[in-house]
Ligand binder design. Structure first.
Ligand code: FPP
Length: 248
């Protein structure tokens, strides 16, 4: 039996988020430059996007570049940015063909002009696609996003748009970059690290976490299916008891 056929289509996560980790180690294990790991990582991105769209995932969010990644050596940052621009540019026709909408979250103003231009172009071109939304987290960190949301809400209070007593969890969620999508149902992290690394801190409150030792460049459709199968075995209680869930 193939792994894919073990997945129940009626219990799919709506939103899958992925921390793609291990590109550097993958390259080092092969005595290659780290940037080759990133190049191979882009191949794994392609395969994962294809698998997610085929199976019927509605939102796929990829942690492509964190706020902290700016601190890497300059040549690695440049190589990553070039790879992103190249991948977005080259893959836009595939996104169109497969009816995939592209969105981005993060401090996009901190990206260089060329990257912003290519990204904006692809986002605009794919805006009407409805099969799946692919979200790239770029120059993103959860703490940055929460800080920006706090500033946004504080400004609204100052401008008398909202009173302090009216601020609710919904107000905060709406002030997040991710306001256009539901919280992730499933988070996948590759490379055997057990950390959240400043990713979607607000949104992961009730997300199921899946960790695999596979390094990101080796991640493929079957690895994605394994994560979905594991997710489908989980009981999502959202703070309730198992008994309460049986009554629903
Ligand atoms: C983590 O591996 C990966 C990244 C910092 C970048 C992720 C980028 C890609 C997969 C490239 C292409 C992306 C798109 C969206 C086309 P690491 O370098 O931290 O690995 P290490 O922990 O082994 O050093």
């Amino acid at each position: 039996m193939s792994l894919k056929s073990a997945i129940q289509p009626e219990c799919l996560p709506k939103h899958v988020a992925i921390i793609m980790d291990g590109n550097g180690r993958w390259a080092t294990q092969r005595s290659q430059d780290r940037n080759l790991g990133h190049e191979q990582g882009a191949v794994a991105v392609r395969e994962t996007v294809e698998a997610a769209a085929e199976i019927g995932i509605e939102f796929l969010t990829l942690y492509a570049f964190s706020t902290e990644n700016w601190n890497r050596p300059k040549d690695e940052v440049n190589a990553l940015m070039n790879l992103l621009v190249r991948s977005i540019h080259n893959e836009t026709p595939t996104l169109m063909k497969n009816h995939i909408r592209l969105r981005a979250i993060g401090n996009l103003d901190s990206l260089d002009a060329k990257t912003q231009e290519i990204l904006d172009e692809a986002i605009e071109k794919t805006a009407q696609n409805t099969r799946m939304t692919l979200v790239l987290a770029l120059s993103y960190s959860g703490r940055w996003e929460i800080t920006e949301a706090v500033k946004h809400i504080a400004r609204d209070v100052q401008d008398n748009q909202i009173s302090i007593s009216e601020i609710s969890e919904k107000t905060v969620s709406k002030a997040m970059d991710t306001a256009f999508m539901p919280s992730p149902d499933l988070l996948i992290r590759t490379s055997g690290e057990y950390r959240i690394s400043n990713f979607l801190l607000w949104q992961l409150a009730y997300t199921e976490l899946y960790f695999t030792n596979v390094l990101w460049p080796d991640f493929n459709k079957d690895e994605f299916y394994k994560a979905l199968i594991d997710y489908q075995k989980r009981e999502r209680r959202f703070g309730k008891t198992s008994q309460q869930l049986e009554l629903i």
